[in-house]
Design a protein around this ligand. Structure first.
Ligand code: NAI
Length: 474
C-alpha cells in the first residue's frame, strides 16, 4: 500500500522545498518528490535556482568580477598585480562545489525537519477518497498518496523555433554556466536577466559578447532612467547590445551563424563560436499528467491558480514558476510558505506589490514597486527624487561610483510607490525599500531615519530627501 502523507510536494526548487519545510514545521507529515540528478545520477535538490540558476550564476559572476577587478580595478588603489591568469577549470569547479553545498544543505534541512525526500519524477495517477495518488518514476519506482498536493515543478528555458539546445553551440542557462574554454565570440539572444548576467560573466573572462534584443527599448520592465543609465554603463564595459532586431535564420556548423535585421531594417550577420538563447522560460508541466485528475492549465500552459495559489482541484495548490507572476526564486518561496500556512488553517499571504527584482550585473540593478513610466501611464500623481552614487562618500572610497538611487512617492500622501537602484550592492540596498513599502512608509520616513556614515545606504536616504528637493550632499 502506498504511504500516505498530509502533504506531497512535487518539485524541490525554492518554491517546493520551502513549502515542504514550512508544512513540516506546522506539524504535517510531508513528502517532497524531486527528479533533478547530479552528474553522478544522485539527487540534487534546489531546482533550477540551485543547480543551473541563481546560485551557480552568482558564483560565476563573483569569480569573473574578481578576474576583471584584479586586472583593471586595483591599480588605482595602488595595488599592482602582474601575470594575472585565468584558471577556468578551477573557477567552474568552485561553482560546482558551491552548488553541491547548497544541494546537500537542503537534504540536511529535510532530515532535520523530517520531510521524506523521494528522488524521481512525480505524476498524478488519480484522486480517490480524499487523497491523490502520485506515481514516482526514475530513479525511484514508487507511489505515495497525499491529502494535499503542492505542485512546484518550475520552468524550462524557451527554445528558439526549430533550434533545440545542444548545450555545445546553442546554450540555455545550463550550458552558459559550463563553457569549458572562453569563446572568442559569444552571441546572446535576449537582453533580459539571463542574457545580461551571462553576457557579463563571459565578457569579463575575455569573450567578445554581442546581445541581440527584439524589443526597441532596453530593459523595458525597469524604470526608464535606471535602464538608460545601465545601458550606458554596459556599453562602456564593452557589451555590444543591439535593440529592435528581428532574428532570421540560425545555422550551426563549426560555430553559429545568425542572420538578423537591425533596428533600421538592414540585413546583418553575426558569426559566433557559441550562442546563448535567453528569451524567457516556459512553465514545466512535463510528465505531470495534469489531465489524469483534471488539473486546469491556463492558455499559456501555466497551472491556473487564484491569488492564494489554489488550483481548480480541492487540496491541490501550485506555486513558483509554474504559475502566473514573475519567475523569481523568492516569489516562489513566499508562495510556498503561504500555501503551507493556508493548509494548516492559517492566513498565509504574498504581497505581490513588494516583490523585489534584482539583476546581478555590475553595477547591480534592483527595484521594487512601480516604475515612473507605469505611474505616468496610470495617471497617478507622483514626486520623484534621485541621488547619484558619485556623490556618496563610501562609493568614492570603494572606487565604484556608477549609478543612482531613485524614489517615487505619491504626490499627495508621500507614500513610497517605487524605489529603483542601479549601482554597487543594489541587491542588498533594495531590502530597505522593500521593508519601507511593506510598512507603507512615506519618503519622509526614510529621509528622517539615521543611516550609518559612510555607507552606500546613505544614497537611499538622500534619494528620499530628494523627493522633497532637500538632498543634503548633492
Ligand atoms: P527575460 O524575460 O528576462 O528576458 C528575455 C528577453 O528576450 C526579453 O528582453 C525579450 O524581449 C527577449 N526576446 C524574446 N524573444 C526574442 C527574440 N525572438 N529575439 C530577440 N530577443 C527576444 O528572460 P530570461 O533572461 O531568459 O530569464 C528567464 C527568467 O528567469 C526570467 O523570468 C527571470 O526573471 C528569471 N531569472 C531571474 C534572475 C534574477 O532574478 N536575477 C536571473 C536569471 C533568470
Amino acid at each position: 500500500m502506498a504511504k500516505h502523507f498530509d502533504v506531497v510536494v512535487i518539485g524541490g526548487g525554492p518554491g517546493g522545498y520551502i513549502a515542504a519545510i514550512r508544512a513540516a514545521q506546522l506539524g504535517m507529515s510531508v513528502a517532497c518528490v524531486d527528479a533533478w540528478q547530479n552528474a553522478k545520477g544522485g539527487p540534487a535538490l534546489g531546482g533550477t535556482c540551485t543547480n543551473v540558476g541563481c546560485i551557480p550564476s552568482k558564483a560565476m559572476l563573483q569569480s569573473s568580477e574578481h578576474f576583471e577587478h584584479v586586472q583593471h580595478g586595483l591599480a588605482e588603489h595602488g595595488v599592482e598585480v602582474k601575470g594575472v591568469k585565468l584558471n577556468l577549470a578551477q573557477m567552474l569547479g568552485r561553482k560546482d562545489t558551491v552548488v553541491k553545498q547548497n544541494n546537500d544543505g537542503i537534504q540536511y534541512l529535510f532530515k532535520k525537519n523530517k520531510v521524506t525526500f523521494l528522488h524521481g519524477r512525480a505524476s498524478f495517477v488519480n484522486a480517490d477518497a480524499g487523497a491523490y495518488e502520485i506515481a514516482i518514476s526514475a530513479p525511484a519506482n514508487d507511489s505515495v498518496t497525499g491529502k494535499h498536493i503542492i505542485v512546484a515543478t518550475g520552468s524550462n528555458p524557451r527554445t528558439f523555433p526549430d533550434l533545440p539546445f545542444d548545450e555545445q553551440l546553442i546554450l540555455s542557462n545550463t550550458g552558459a554556466l559550463d563553457i569549458a574554454s572562453v569563446p572568442k565570440k559569444l552571441g546572446v539572444i535576449g537582453a533580459g536577466v539571463i542574457g545580461l548576467e551571462m553576457g557579463s560573466v563571459w565578457r569579463r573572462l575575455g569573450a567578445e559578447v554581442t546581445i541581440l534584443e527584439a524589443l526597441p527599448t532596453f530593459l523595458g520592465a525597469a524604470d526608464e532612467s535606471v535602464a538608460s543609465e545601465a545601458h550606458k554603463l554596459f556599453v562602456k564595459q564593452g557589451l555590444a547590445i543591439e535593440l529592435g532586431v528581428k532574428i532570421g535564420t540560425i545555422k550551426t556548423g563549426k560555430g553559429v551563424h545568425v542572420e538578423y535585421t537591425n533596428a533600421s531594417g538592414a540585413a546583418q550577420v553575426l558569426e559566433v563560436d557559441k550562442l546563448i538563447v535567453s528569451i524567457g522560460r516556459v512553465p514545466n508541466t512535463d510528465g505531470l499528467h495534469a489531465d489524469a485528475v483534471g488539473l486546469k492549465l491556463d492558455d499559456r500552459g501555466f497551472i491556473a491558480v487564484d491569488e492564494h495559489c489554489k488550483t481548480n482541484l480541492p487540496n491541490v495548490w501550485a506555486v513558483g514558476d509554474v504559475v502566473r507572476g514573475p519567475m523569481l526564486a523568492h516569489k516562489a518561496e513566499e508562495e510556498g510558505v503561504a500555501v503551507a500556512e493556508r493548509i494548516a488553517g492559517q492566513h498565509g499571504h504574498v504581497n505581490f506589490d513588494t516583490i523585489p527584482w534584482v539583476i546581478y550585473t555590475s553595477p547591480e540593478i534592483a527595484w521594487v514597486g512601480k516604475t515612473e513610466q507605469q505611474l505616468k501611464a496610470s495617471g497617478v500623481a507622483y514626486k520623484a527624487g534621485s541621488f547619484p552614487f558619485m556623490a556618496n562618500g563610501r562609493a568614492r572610497a570603494l572606487g565604484d561610483t556608477s549609478g543612482l538611487v531613485k524614489f517615487l512617492a505619491d504626490a499627495h500622501t508621500d507614500e513610497i510607490l517605487g524605489v529603483h537602484i542601479v549601482g554597487p550592492m543594489a541587491s542588498e540596498l533594495i531590502s530597505e525599500a522593500v521593508v519601507a513599502m511593506e510598512f507603507r512608509a512615506s519618503a519622509e520616513d526614510i529621509a528622517r531615519i539615521c543611516h550609518a556614515h559612510p555607507t552606500l545606504s546613505e544614497a537611499t536616504k538622500e534619494a528620499a530627501l530628494a523627493v522633497d528637493k532637500r538632498a543634503l550632499n548633492f
